[in-house]
Design a protein around this ligand. Structure first.
Ligand code: BES
Ligand code: ZN
Ligand code: ZN
Length: 498
């Protein structure tokens, strides 16, 4: 989607008119350039109350000589916030059909900057569908042609609005990438293919370095978590490390992603229903890669690190077994009681490696880690755990700002105790019972956060369980279906302040 902000009065293509609930006429100033017969039609509809402009509603007008219009309900002006405006913007994209064409003119009058910017952001974010594997339908509207939106508003507001729209477009490239990776079928997106795409990304940008630790190297280095999970698959595991602006000084933010390109459960195999959804089990890595892309696209100048732990969790004669004891990269041993609790195993090596070698100011991991988190929070929020209150609050605030809620969850000592009372190893990968499963998983991860150099204090770390928010969130109006690209925007905002 191309967004051009100007004060031009001409209407190109279909007029898109956002309206506050119960408006009885067009906002003063927005009539300019609108053909008389279209204006009369709109006025009639509004005075008659035929379009009430409730949030989430739209109406298409066509058939007059005055051109076409798409009316968009913004809901009550007093209730408006950034997220309601994003959702109204998304409604433009989801309501746009062949009849409206690919050129739109969006007219704002008397709407504050932040609300206009959020509306445009919503339009952009909803303008995504995953068609890579669909044969082209000759009769259908061409999907290749980009939508162009001409936006008009008051003179003094155009420059800032164009800047915001450009930023939204830049960040959206990262969101789209995360969705592309999440939606990709697991036969085509496996650990080393993810690594290949990362290397390609690195070769396209002078300020991006990508390093891959392959299976043999991971074995030699003693990454027992990554190796244990990935060794049962013909498609071998790897770790991918992104460094942006590596010439700038650290310590720097570090994002760590769970990248299970398919999670069968391994020998503790999952039931068949919905197992296909386990292709999304790499969304933590997809978000990590997406954040890297968003930072580069928006011109971020500071050093940032990304690390993804890639593996396919398969049952085979070479797969790890329940009962195995593995030695992780940290040196701590783990009793593998359930091979389906694999995300925490690959992350244990990722967190330890990042903390020890990559000079992080803080580490944030993202993982589709537990079904228990979906039980706790549904699809409305990601779970958020942290060993540092300031980091936790910063992530929570950034999430709220972006409409990607991250909800605080507890790291009680009792959970850590539960995970460290294995009879034969340092840590167990399964809680003692099934209750509090997302908390025990977080408590497991905490065992693999190194201390800051020369101190007894851990590196500030936060864990986002995105099992409920990475896909299938029907209430997420900014996505049509499939992978959501969750938290690319939250983390971009957290890191850049933009
Ligand atoms: N990838 C799953 C978690 C998951 C399940 C995410 C459903 C989204 C939807 C993870 O690897 C897993 O299988 N976790 C187990 C942990 C259990 C064995 C302790 C789970 O949640 O059942
Ligand atoms: Zn699993
Ligand atoms: Zn998993």
């Amino acid at each position: 989607m191309k967004v051009i902000v100007n004060t031009n009065e001409n209407i190109n293509g279909t007029l898109v008119l956002p309206l506050w609930q119960d408006s009885k006429n067009m906002a003063t100033g927005s009539e300019s350039g609108v053909h008389r017969s279209l204006k009369n039609q709109i006025d009639n509809i509004l005075t008659e109350g035929d379009f009430k402009a409730k949030a989430g509603t739209s109406m298409t007008l066509a058939g007059t000589e005055g051109g076409k219009a798409l009316l968009i309900g913004l809901g009550k002006e007093d209730d408006a916030n950034l997220q309601s405006m994003r959702e109204s913007g998304a409604k433009v994209t989801s309501s746009r059909g062949k009849i409206h064409g690919k050129t739109l003119t969006l007219k704002f009058n008397g709407v504050e900057h932040g609300h206009m910017a959020a509306f445009i952001e919503g339009m952009i974010l909803r303008d995504y569908s995953y068609d890579n594997y669909k044969s082209k339908d000759e009769d259908a509207e061409s999907n290749d042609e980009e939508i162009t939106v001409h936006v008009t508003c008051e003179d003094g507001k155009t420059a800032d609005l164009q800047t915001s729209a450009d930023l939204s477009s830049a960040v959206a490239t990262g969101v789209y990438l995360a969705r592309d990776l999440g939606n990709a079928p697991p036969n085509d997106l496996y650990p080393m293919e993810f690594a290949r795409q990362a290397i390609e990304f690195g070769s396209e940008h002078d300020n991006v370095e990508v390093k891959v630790i392959n299976y043999d190297e991971a074995r030699t280095m003693g990454m027992g978590g990554l190796v244990g999970v990935g060794m049962g698959s013909y498609r071998k595991p790897c770790m991918v490390i992104f460094e942006i602006n590596g010439d700038k000084p650290g310590p720097s933010p570090c994002i760590v992603g769970k990248g299970i390109t398919f999670d069968t459960g391994g020998i503790s195999i999952k039931p068949s229903p919905s197992m296909d959804e386990m292709k999304y089990d790499m969304h933590g890595s997809a978000t990590t890669f997406g954040v890297m892309k968003a930072l580069v696209a928006s011109g971020h100048k500071e050093r940032v690190i990304g690390l993804t732990c890639m593996a396919e969790n398969m049952p085979s004669s070479n797969a790890q077994r329940p009962g195995d004891v593995i030695t992780t990269y940290s040196g701590k041993t783990v009793e593998v009681l359930n091979t389906d609790a694999e995300g925490r195993l690959v992350l244990s090596d990722g967190l330890w490696y990042a903390g020890k070698h990559l000079n992080p100011s803080y580490m944030i991991d993202l993982a589709t880690l537990t079904g228990a988190c979906v039980v706790a929070l549904g699809h409305e929020a990601s779970g958020l755990w942290s060993n540092d209150d300031e980091l936790l609050n910063n992530i929570k605030t950034a999430g709220e700002h972006c409409g990607e809620i991250a909800w605080p969850m507890p790291l009680f000592k009792a959970f850590e105790k539960e995970m460290t009372d294995s009879k034969i190893a340092d840590v167990r990968n399964l809680g003692a019972g099934r209750y509090g499963g997302s908390n025990t998983a977080a408590a497991f991860l905490k065992q693999f956060v190194p201390n800051m150099d020369g101190t007894e204090d851990q590196i500030p770390w936060a864990h986002l369980d995105i099992a409920g928010t990475a896909w299938g969130a029907k209430s997420n109006k900014l996505v049509k279906n499939g992978a959501t690209g969750i938290h690319v925007r939250t983390l971009h905002h957290l890191i850049t302040g933009l």
